[in-house]
Design a protein around this ligand. Structure first.
Ligand SMILES: Nc1nc2c(c(=O)[nH]1)N[C@H]1C(S)=C(S)[C@@H](COP(=O)(O)OP(=O)(O)OC[C@H]3O[C@@H](n4cnc5c(=O)[nH]c(N)nc54)[C@H](O)[C@@H]3O)O[C@H]1N2
Ligand SMILES: Nc1nc2c(c(=O)[nH]1)N[C@H]1C(S)=C(S)[C@@H](COP(=O)(O)OP(=O)(O)OC[C@H]3O[C@@H](n4cnc5c(=O)[nH]c(N)nc54)[C@H](O)[C@@H]3O)O[C@H]1N2
Ligand SMILES: [Mo]
Length: 763
């Protein structure tokens, strides 16, 4: 039988139901849904024991999102959200994928399953090997698995023929060891999920403010006059952020939301941590909602900037913070001149908004001093994504709204330790001074040539310039763009290796040989030779803190991620002066090494034991912009979207439902959007449906257009939805087959998975 089955998910429709869109988010329904997941996957007794440790100072860090925990008081049994509970249930599931499972399920058979069905199979219990030409994985010892990896790596013509991917759940300790091994092996090919996520934010913020991270802390939400949430759906993806927004409102602050969809979570919310509030109508959050067209943000922000300038001209000192601008920034004159090039009349149609609405937004910005701007994938995954973020910075700088209480930048991170992994050196473009300190401490010659990011790595594998793929976590085939092309690329590899907790598609689309290395999850106890260990992670606001699992591992054959990396390093590196076995015997030894090589980690082992951990230094937070090229905060000149749609074309954004964690599908409902039991849907404006002579629930094929190339995804149901005309939405990862590999953001090279140009054809 042929190995490596077809990569496109089968187009099985699951039986759609539409319900009324709820008027409020969270509340009782969220609690009951969370408990149902816990009960079904984990069991009630173990489940409650788990939830009582989630995000507590002595417990484990939620494997869901990177939203921070309160610095001081934490509610017992309540520092998590519905989707955090689902994430935990998913990891602590009773279901197991054992060697018997693999013996009785061929790859061909497994490929008939959807991502949802694959994920539900459960936790992988043993290391597994797929020999060349076989259709079933076989059990293998850890020692033999490491040997195969070492042989393949050492037989490459150059270390640059190997790709080492990381997903953002990896702890600081594992990430540090991993990048150290990869660099001692001799390459900087360290692409990560950030390349597809907040890379655009990192690039834009480093250039303008001298740090690739956000500047605000959780407490700033208690002091903000205005919080703008743009291109983000926290009700689903960062539910605990709603509590922070609720605090802003309670203290008289205002909230502005900019999104093509009226996301329920941002409109109204019932705090799950306050049962007295579960009855009644909930708390209104958004004061002003701007239903912008997909990728219309720079046009909108430019009009706002022009209105700010106009007002400042007519009423000097009423808008701009001149003292801040003079002392702290560079480039104001160029910005003000550049704004004159654009006319409001030309910009307006790109936004899909009325000028009256935009004037209201400008007034809010003009009249408030302390402004926080929050964003996520709605801004970072476009061709001009870096412009989006720099334009936000322009607004904050004009107001002097950064580096003080209640104000600043808030790129809301996705994976729970994606920010920490970067801090630990998981980056294909490392800074020289970081490599210098690695070389000094570990006595080796670090590679200086920059490595490949996600998109370039796929191309290299496709061209057979890279031959070994190694994934520390994640689900590369499902998360990356251009599924068909990426599958071809992976299949050309000699070896693909996945370090994973749960079964996913990346175990089924493989190189000639493949390995699955099962690891401990966040919820599980980690024993090494010196005793029980904990790891550390960094949240979205730069707080580094402990995480310690509480459950017994789901199988005795699991290794921790640091132990896997050390095992591979010992088997692969012929001359290394690093004592890998000693480093993993007690993770304090790894932290000691981090302390001497990375700034901000002084007294790491002491401070990580403080309740709640510690903050890393952040120059923008401290109102210091010296690390930029000019030594000041930089204004920038940005361009609106240049996409022009032909008559029958639409823009498509690929978004998350309320029932998934990236490529892990918890269930088939998108409850806050009223779409139940089906993921193969396309959300469309009712006028567009009419103009195409379509109707609700029609089955359509989607064809994406990029340069002269076409890509097709079959079988999506048409859903009339409150979305601007010519804009549509589908769910990630089902629609990834339509995202062209080379359609990426300028500078950051992030796949433009929120601006896919499509045509729609009825079946
Ligand atoms: N439960 C759960 N939590 C998660 C995740 C998950 O899958 N499930 N994923 C995690 C990860 S890795 C990440 S990165 C984050 C993702 O968190 P989000 O970025 O909130 O996730 P998306 O679903 O991609 O949503 C993007 C939002 O941007 C809007 N949008 C799309 N295009 C545009 C545009 O052009 N302009 C504007 N203004 N808005 C636009 C969409 O309507 C949507 O509301 O969440 C993290 N947390
Ligand atoms: N079209 C489209 N594509 C996108 C996006 C989009 O919005 N639209 N979003 C992009 C974004 S923001 C991101 S971050 C990427 C996500 O890309 P990835 O991070 O690669 O994908 P995930 O689905 O988060 O990875 C899930 C897998 O991680 C493994 N896993 C879970 N916990 C652990 C652990 O503790 N250790 C290890 N070793 N493995 C673990 C499990 O096996 C699980 O199947 O996808 C990107 N792709
Ligand atoms: Mo992400």
């Amino acid at each position: 039988m042929s190995k490596n089955p077809k990569e496109q998910p089968p187009e099985k429709l699951t039986g759609i139901r539409l319900t009324e869109i709820p008027k409020t988010s969270v509340g009782v329904k969220a609690i009951t849904t969370a408990l149902t997941h816990i009960k079904n996957e984990v069991g009630i007794k173990k489940g409650i024991q788990l939830l009582s440790k989630l995000n507590q100072t002595k417990g484990f860090d939620c494997p869901g999102c990177a939203w921070p925990d309160p610095d001081d008081k934490r509610a017992f049994l309540a520092e998590y959200c519905e989707n955090g509970a689902k994430a935990v249930a998913e990891e602590a599931t009773k279901n197991k994928v054992s060697p018997l499972f693999f013996a009785t399920h061929s790859l061909q058979e497994l490929s008939e399953l959807s991502d949802y069905e694959i994920g539900k199979s459960g936790r992988i219990t043993h290391p597994m090997y797929l020999p060349e030409g076989k259709d079933n994985y076989e059990e293998i010892s850890w020692k033999d698995a490491f040997k195969i990896i070492a042989e393949q790596l050492n037989s490459l013509d150059s270390p640059d023929e190997a790709i080492f991917y990381t997903s953002g759940r990896t702890s600081n300790e594992a990430a540090f060891l991993y990048q150290l091994f990869v660099r001692q092996f001799g390459t900087n090919n360290l692409p990560d999920c950030s390349n597809m996520c907040h890379e655009s934010s990192g690039v834009a913020l480093s250039e303008t403010l001298g740090i690739g991270k956000g500047s605000v802390t959780l407490d700033d939400f208690n002091h903000a006059d205005l919080v703008i949430v743009i291109g983000q759906n926290p009700g689903t993806n960062h539910p605990r952020m709603l509590t922070a927004l609720g605090e802003t409102k309670k203290r008289g602050g205002k909230i502005m939301t900019i999104n093509p969809l009226p996301e329920v979570g941002l409109m109204n919310f019932k705090d799950p941590q306050n049962p007295l509030k579960w009855i009644g109508s909930g708390q209104d959050l958004t004061d002003l909602f701007l239903q912008v067209k997909i990728n219309g943000d720079v046009a909108l922000l430019k009009i706002i900037l022009k209105l700010m300038k106009e007002k400042e001209n007519t009423e000097p000192n009423s808008v701009f913070n001149h003292q801040f601008i003079k002392e702290k920034t560079a480039g104001i004159d160029d910005l003000l001149k550049d704004l004159d090039k654009y006319s409001i009349d030309k910009l307006l149609p790109q936004t899909g908004l009325s000028l009256v609405k935009i004037k209201e937004a400008a007034e809010l910005i003009i009249n408030n001093k302390n402004i926080i701007i929050c964003w996520a994938m709605g801004l970072t995954q476009h061709k001009n994504a870096v412009d989006n973020i720099r334009e936000i910075v322009n607004i904050l700088l004009l107001k002097g709204s950064i580096g003080k209480k209640g104000a600043g930048t808030c790129p809301v991170r996705g994976h729970s330790n994606v920010q920490g992994d970067r801090t630990m050196g998981i980056w294909e473009r490392p800074k020289d001074n970081f490599l210098d300190s690695l070389e000094k401490e570990f006595n080796f010659k670090a590679p200086r040539k920059h490595g490949l990011d996600v998109v370039d790595a796929i191309e290299a594998m496709h061209k057979k310039k890279a031959k070994v793929f190694f994934g520390l976590g994640g689900n590369f085939i499902s998360a990356t763009p251009d599924t068909t092309f990426t599958a071809e690329a992976l299949r050309k590899c000699n070896l693909t290796v996945q370090v994973s907790t749960k079964l996913n598609k990346s175990h089924l689309i493989t190189g000639k040989k493949a390995l699955i290395l099962p690891c401990l999850g966040r919820t599980e106890k980690d024993f090494q030779s010196s005793g029980e260990q904990f790891v550390s992670v960094e949240n979205s606001m730069g707080v580094v803190h402990q995480s310690k699992g509480t459950l017994n591992p789901c199988s005795e054959s699991l290794l921790s991620e640091p132990a896997i990396v050390a095992g591979i390093a010992n088997a692969t590196l012929k001359s290394t002066s690093t004592n890998w076995s000693q480093l993993i015997s007690n993770y304090d030894f790894i932290r000691d090494k981090i302390e001497v090589t990375i700034t901000g980690f002084n007294d790491y082992n002491k401070r990580i034991r403080n309740k709640g951990g510690f903050y890393l230094p952040n120059n923008a937070r401290e109102n210091n912009f010296e690390p930029t090229k000019t030594g000041k905060a930089n204004f920038s000149l940005n361009k609106p979207s240049e996409i022009e749609l032909q008559n029958n074309q639409f823009l498509m954004m690929t978004i998350r439902t309320h029932d998934q964690y990236n490529t892990t599908i918890y269930g088939l409902d998108d409850r806050y959007r009223g779409i139940l039991n089906e993921r193969r849907v396309i959300l469309m404006n009712k006028n567009d449906i009419k103009s195409l002579n379509l109707k609700k629930f029609d089955l359509v094929d989607l064809i994406s257009h990029f340069n002269q190339e076409k890509r097709k995804a079959k079988g999506f149901l048409v859903i009339p939805y409150d979305i601007p005309e010519r804009c549509t939405a589908t769910y990630f990862p089902e629609a990834n087959v339509l995202v062209p590999l080379k359609s990426t953001a300028d500078i950051s090279n992030t796949p433009a998975s929120k601006t896919v140009i499509i045509t729609i054809s009825k079946r």
